[in-house]
Write a protein that binds this ligand. Sequence first.
Ligand code: FAD
Length: 503
Amino acid sequence: MTLNDHNKSLSGSDWTRPKRFDRNLVVIGAGSAGLVSAYIAAAAKAKVTLVEANKMGGDCLNFGCVPSKALIKSAKVAHQMRHADHYGLESVEPKVPFSAIMERIHRVIAEIEPHDSVERYTGLGVEVLQGYAKLIDPWTVEIALNTGGTQRLTTRSIIIATGAQAFVPPIPGLAETGYLTSDTMWERLRDRRAVPQRLVVLGGGPIGCELAQSFARLGSEVTQIEMAPRLMMREDQDAATLVEASMKADGVKVLTSHKALACGADASEKWIEVERDGAKFRIGFDEIIVAVGRAPRLRGFGLEDLGIKVDRVVETNEYLQTLHSNILAAGDVAGPYQFTHVAGHQAWFAAINALFGDLKRFKADYSVIPWATFTDPEVARVGLSEAEAKEKMIPHEVTRFGIDDLDRAIADGSAHGFVKVLTVPGKDKILGATIVGDHAGDLLAEFVFAMKHGHGLGKILSTIHIYPTLAEANKLVAGQWRRNHINGFLLSLLERFQTWRRG
Ligand SMILES: Cc1cc2nc3c(=O)[nH]c(=O)nc-3n(C[C@H](O)[C@H](O)[C@H](O)COP(=O)(O)OP(=O)(O)OC[C@H]3O[C@@H](n4cnc5c(N)ncnc54)[C@H](O)[C@@H]3O)c2cc1C
């Protein structure tokens, strides 16, 4: 059944559309998607209410990007102290008062908090209500206020921006043994004086890798368990290999192709049982972080009762509208990506379509979506990977530049990684780029811009890049592409011309 058919079948329902509305828009959830949606609506002079049940700023500020990047920074400093001899200094084993690191993480959150605060958004013209929102009908939202009591609002449009939460797999004994997730660890580990001595990280995706490497650098004995044959399955093998090697060098025991079977505790320790090729064994731990993915928050606030499909994500069309065209979704809850910048990007489409969709609608544009994993080395990607291009049989050429050859990287002692660009055969049109190395997430911006605006490698090559910078790698890969496409006939003509000029 298409959304339209489904819509028709629901049209006989007994919900009555109000003649007048209290609001133009109610946004549910004040994470990246909800904040941006509300901001855009207020800028368009709409009467908008933003409802948040928990913390303003959502996952990114409180449990995700911000605390994890603050942790990564502390871990990197510890790593540099340990390896100071690489820079001509005396190495020292860092003392790690973990509670001070956690305190810093919470200070960082507090410093960024005002950007997402009730005060800021109120000042921007958004009404912010702190409470749990529930859809009563396609135009009515009921909010159970955190201060007590409820408030009902009618609204022309609604944006669902309820995000995602850590997915916890049904491993026997896990709940009883106790576990941490990225949602709980920042509070639960807050007052710990020392890092967990033996830490298991379940999951080899971006969050698992970032956390496993950080804790290893801070002194935990980390075992990382991943069912797939390698870490970071979404990235190309060459990228994942460099990350895995770096993590192993940091002391992470990486167990790929290992399935978690059960958890438990006996008199001496907590353990997890894993299996590889039929062989089972146990790993003892003090703490386990479950990082196997994030599940959208879909149920319990009325979507199902309105007939909206909530199997995996909130089902929407290309305009981010659900089967009720005035109810839209953005961010992690809508998929297909789970990134802060994508949530913000979708929010523009959701807000504009929510407010003006009956006049003009815009399709959410996923043509150029970048992301990064902030391991050391970082892995950043936009567009096609090599593996995807092969799998989808998309004709492509690959050009690589090794960062081990880059002057600035050599001077910095970070001469590892690569820039890999996929182009249309015979043309400089960029299909995708992967960068592995220091600041890869920042370096990628040039390719994101080029792809977004249809610029090819030739334009990057003709752009002056400051010497010596890491960004020169982008120009150098473009130069490599040019050398691969030298016109041999033209060169031989040139050679003959120069010979003739010498007389
Ligand atoms: C450890 C970790 C690291 C990450 N690192 C990065 C990174 O480096 N870069 C990046 O781009 N992304 C990163 N992410 C992902 C990023 O945090 C999410 O993609 C982003 O927060 C999604 O924003 P959102 O608005 O969709 O949802 P959220 O931020 O989850 O916000 C949803 C909000 O809705 C509220 N809510 C839910 N239901 C209701 C209801 N019924 N009523 C009222 N309020 C409700 C919730 O309380 C929540 O605050 C990371 C995530 C994690 C966990």
